[in-house]
Design a protein around this ligand. Sequence first.
Ligand code: AMP
Length: 173
Amino acid sequence: MPSSYQGPSRKDKMSATTHSQSSESNLKHDTATVRKVLQSKGADVFALRPQNTLHEAVEMLRDKRVGALIVKDSEGKLQGILSERDIVRKLAETPGQTLAQRVEDVMTTNVETCELDDPLISVLRKMTDGRFRHMPVIDDGNLVGIVSIGDVVNYRLNELEYEALQLKQLIVG
Ligand code: AMP
């Protein structure tokens, strides 16, 4: 223990609760929502039309550096989701003939979505149980973003780092 260390006094204990100990921050964790993740990662949604080819899809996946694309019709209505996993499966099933196929023949049409005020924990649970890593976010019937497991983990990591910093500042003074 450094010689300059002084244990907390009774007064310190009463006034200096850490970020993770305060009832306010505990509440914040309990209610961390999809909205918070979108605020930090942005609302970009990269989308294709059902008639696009898988070749166009793999180019978009590469250029945008994402793992899944939303499929929308000309009116912007959600039609499906296409992830790199769907393309890998198709590559195995139809070697040499995959890239010319249409997105609508490969995408998943039964898309699970979440809402802005959904708690992150329930979104993670749905993704884990359903074995998928992406969730489109719907607000008032409109698509307003997409969250991935990676986004949620990244958000939580940042929070943990912030908490660790707060704790360190409290100890070092
Ligand atoms: P992923 O883990 O997101 O790469 O996707 C794995 C499989 O689940 C692929 O067949 C996707 O088309 C599908 N999938 C991805 N996200 C969703 C979602 N939100 N709802 C339903 N299926 C999905």
